[in-house]
Design a protein around this ligand. Sequence first.
Ligand code: CA
Length: 715
Amino acid sequence: MNRTRILGLCALLSLSLLGCQKAKSPDKAQGPVANVTADRLLKATDEPSQWLTHGGSYEEQRYSRLAQVNRETVKTLGLSWFADYDTNLSQAGTPLFIDGVLYVSTAWSKVYAFDAKTGKALWQYDPKVPGEWGINVCCGLVNRGVAAWNGKIYVGTLDGRLVALDARTGAPVWSMQTTDNAWRYAITGAPRVVKGKVLIGNAGGENDVRGYVSAYDAETGKQLWRFYTIPGDPSQPPENDAMKMAAATWPKTGDWWKIGGGGTVWDAITYDPVSDLLYIGTGNGTPWNQRFRDAKHGDNLFLASIVALKPDTGEYVWHYQQTPGDNWDFDATPHIMVANLKIDDADHRVVMQASKNGFFYVLDAAKGTLLRADAFTEMNWATGVDKKTGRPIENKAARYQDGKPFNGLPGPQGGHAWHPMSYSPDTGLVYIPTQEAYFPWVEDPKYTHRKVGYNLGIDFGAPGWFYQKNPKEKNAFQSYVKAWDPVAGKEVWRGEVSQGPAGGTLATAGGLVFQSGGSSQEFRAYDAKTGEKLWHLDAQTGLVAGAISYELDGQQYVAVSVGGNMPGGYFAPNYSRLLVLSLGGKATFPPLKDYTPPPLDPPANTAAPEVVAAGAAVYGKYCAACHGVNGQTRGATFPDLTRTPLLHTQEGFNQVVLQGARAAKGMVSFATELKAEDSAAVLAYLVDRATQMKSAPPPPAGLLAPREAPKQAHE
Ligand code: CA
């Protein structure tokens, strides 16, 4: 195919809204590329040179059997090559490595293919997600990974499409809309392929969606089955027996179902070939505050649960609900892994999860029986799990009812969120990206459903005032890797503490644990047994994604996507990249670009205090989720509004807030929710904030642990 024809095809495909690759590698057109088969996936651990599926193998242990890079040699680990991405947004993607090619997804659901030997970009695919859809994505415009099967690469897009790409060219083979865009669904999670079916979930539990997971024929894109995680309209017959069981735990009347109810399957989808079951993790309830969806506090199945399904049909097999009647955004969505463990002198095939609610769960893979539930981090919402009933023993104050705030731990950031954990069969330890994050739960007594922004039923801006009013209350958001013994239910070691979200881990047969060090900007290697820090690389940027390892021409490599959460802010230079490392690697980054953040330069602060207060309330409700509590974002995801030139022009500010002047970047018009006086009040609040900050500058954003909105870590 010559270049003219390719461009012509690109134009056609663009017209058909499938998007198109930017470049093509003609020499890669020969021979199979991404020739992933059922047999290869089942035996992925027999091919340690490859990284064929999201978690490394179906068990998703993220354990590499390669050992060239080990405790002794890691000191010479260096950068082999790197590739810049076209964005300054946060990166969450785990790459795949298949037969010499690296495939990785980045922000806005884009996919890159790189020749792993040279680092040359073979193609890039941009699904051209409409910028306006960004407002429907809760926690960063991220994508956590792709899947591969029979010459195709699969990616889910922020606007709900599942797209199959030709692995050789990046050209779309098929594209299916997996969601109804009358609802505010988004896809950020990685698809998985099981028995020729592509499995994909979705996100949106902070908005107003009904969660589900679907299976599509990998070759044709035909939908094969769909499993809803919570019931629908109670006046209609339940879709199946599982929904009948679930409906008994929800109100029989009322409007709760009209905003979906939540329960989204936004990350964990794990297949175990031994039990032949699929395990999905389900998200929080909508709204977060249970009182506004179910005043009688039913269990609300299958929120915050691990549910086992038959992969062939999507039929329900068992479930374990971690947080009945979820009230705290305690998604049970983090990474689920499968392993063989000896527990109480018996061999068990288990599934394991370090949940957002702070408990580490070990369940029998075939039956879902609870084997272990231990707090892997400090918590104050529960004192333990009743082993007989499997239910958490709640602290009564934790439900923040009757207008009484509760300073909760973990907060909605989670004791562990999506950041991939890993397991080493050599040490028997799980390496958990652990977070310690408080959040003041304060009910919003005036809550009503909104069509733009979050539907939470709480004061999401509360961190902005609660800790000022209550300076003695504990307040932190920090993270570290924790080595956890899942059988003994205890910590063995922990790594260095970083401020803000945790980063993913990778365990290897070289006796190492690699960790993306979050805001520390370090990519690190620890001794898997002792926790001794053996090596690190300055990544020039924050990093939170999970790394992989592979082998090419006798050389072991470690690859990781970096970028985001850096102190520089939204307008800072771009250091979002794919890093590839090997022993003796000698590549170096270009020097950091000169950058000075825009100064704090507010106009005269003349608004009346009651206008500023009204602006603070509107800001907390509609703006804080993206732009940060107190008017200042931590990371690079969205602009810092205390430094915008728009503070000097109410007209310009209104054009953005009410007329959608920046809709293409995700900042849609809020005119359906806000009036001109609201926009004026928000501006007055931001001017007040900027004025206060100017007189007492806060510490650098990277060190700003307290009084920050949760960012990136919840969904
Ligand atoms: Ca959530």
